[in-house]
Design a protein around this ligand. Structure first.
Ligand SMILES: [Zn+2]
Length: 409
């Protein structure tokens, strides 16, 4: 059984037109006009194959092909169509349209399946509009209440539920997912890194998704005259931050397990003037690892580092946790199944960890999850240069299709 890559290409091109920043990458925020156009396109395609389309809690989209046996748990296939600001055409979209194409092939060829198959689109995966990631999948899995959804606001102060309503997206099924109802979840995604390309491999099989601990750090010193204050009498918050940031890189580098990564991605210095000693610095910390013990260990080392540096420099500090997502180990059964199918298709595979979070991490607490990675050109993603070769998408989509058939029959 094969996907028709022409149809997948057409889907990617069509959805790629729906951006708020034409010529400057894809900006498709959840429940925006562009999002709604992309969502409607998928709904229309699902209706063409007589999938039963419905909206579930938090605006998740579901297109169902009923199975021949009544009451069987569902095989879910899908990803997301929201994007970051000025992102790329492939992140999320590839997983959604490959799931759609798998459903089309199954219908076109009258492939009998006992289990129902759902093509799903999870809203607000990226968190670009409402500042919180994996919203659709978390709400569907019962980890975000309606109350919490109403507290998620965009820059204009519009809350999640109101934004959903503005687009006329009304849930028909407010039930949360329970393990007995889901047989498996499969997601095809671009790798967003360089590993597959560097090894000339086309199929990555994700074994684990890294956990993430994020913090906001504030260092307080004393703002003072840059000329009149001798070096020995300074409490320079930025020098303290510089020392910490440099050591954060060392701590991650020195970690025995090579799965540790640590990033300071934001820094604000006050008052931010050339002739004033910085009195206050805020920065973020993002620490990831697939092993929760290593993650805790790294966090502890960095916390101690901050405390010691501040003590030595006469600074005070505040360390505020922003998020804490534990690492997720994906189903060994699914890893084997995907590898077997890829091997049958004469494709080399690589077991990988995902440093980025995906909706599949949330589903992994409910059911067996399989994730298939395909190469990202030069490892670029979340930018207009994001690119995955259409031939590679075809290979990945065929593995997804065959895995889905095996799970659903
Ligand atoms: Zn994604």
């Amino acid at each position: 059984m094969q996907v028709q890559i022409g149809r997948i290409k057409k889907d990617i091109d069509a959805i790629g037109e729906f951006t708020a920043t034409p010529g400057k990458g894809i900006t498709r925020l959840t429940f925006s006009q562009e999002y709604e156009k992309a969502r409607s396109y998928i709904v229309e395609e699902l209706r063409k194959i007589d999938a039963k389309v419905s909206i579930t809690v938090a605006g998740n989209l579901r297109g169902r092909l009923e199975g021949s046996d009544k009451g069987k748990p569902v095989v879910m296939l899908g990803s997301h169509i929201d994007s970051v600001y000025q992102g790329g055409r492939f992140d999320g979209v590839v997983g959604v349209v490959s799931a759609l194409e798998a459903a089309r092939v199954i219908v076109d060829n009258n492939i009998a399946h006992r289990y129902p198959i759902d093509v799903v689109v999870f809203p607000e995966e990226e968190g670009s509009r409402f500042g919180s990631i994996l919203v659709g999948s978390r709400a569907w899995a019962g980890k975000l209440s309606l109350d919490e959804l109403s507290r998620l606001k965009d820059e204009q102060g519009i809350d999640y539920l109101k934004a959903m309503k503005q687009m006329d997206i009304t849930p028909e099924d407010e039930n949360i997912l329970i393990p007995e109802q889901v047989k498996a979840m499969l997601e095809l995604h671009i790798e967003q890194s360089l590993v597959l390309e560097s090894k000339s491999l086309k199929i990555g099989v994700v074994e684990a998704i890294a956990g993430i601990r994020q913090f906001s750090v504030t260092l307080n010193g004393v703002s003072n005259h840059a000329g009149a204050t001798p070096m020995s009498l300074r409490f320079d918050a930025l020098q303290g931050a510089a020392e910490i940031i440099s050591a954060v890189e060392d701590i991650a580098n020195q970690h025995a397990r090579k799965s540790t990564v640590a990033t300071v991605g934001f820094l604000k210095c006050e008052p931010g003037q050339a002739n004033v000693i910085p009195g206050r610095v805020q920065f973020t910390l993002d620490i990831r690892d697939t092993d929760s013990g290593s993650l805790d260990e790294t966090v502890e080392k960095i916390t101690t580092l901050i405390a010691n540096t501040c003590q030595n420099r006469g600074l005070t500090y505040n360390l505020e946790p922003r998020s804490d997502t534990p690492p997720v180990v994906l189903s060994e059964k699914m890893v084997h199944l995907i590898e077997r199918i890829a091997r049958k298709r004469k494709l080399g595979t690589l077991r990988m960890i995902s440093g980025a979070l995906h909706d599949s991490s949330i589903l992994a607490e409910l059911t067996d999850v399989g994730m298939i990675f395909i190469p990202s050109k030069r490892g670029r993603s979340h930018c207009p240069e994001e690119f995955t070769d259409i031939g590679d998408i075809e290979l990945g989509a065929n593995v997804l299709l065959e895995t889905a058939i095996e799970l659903a029959t």
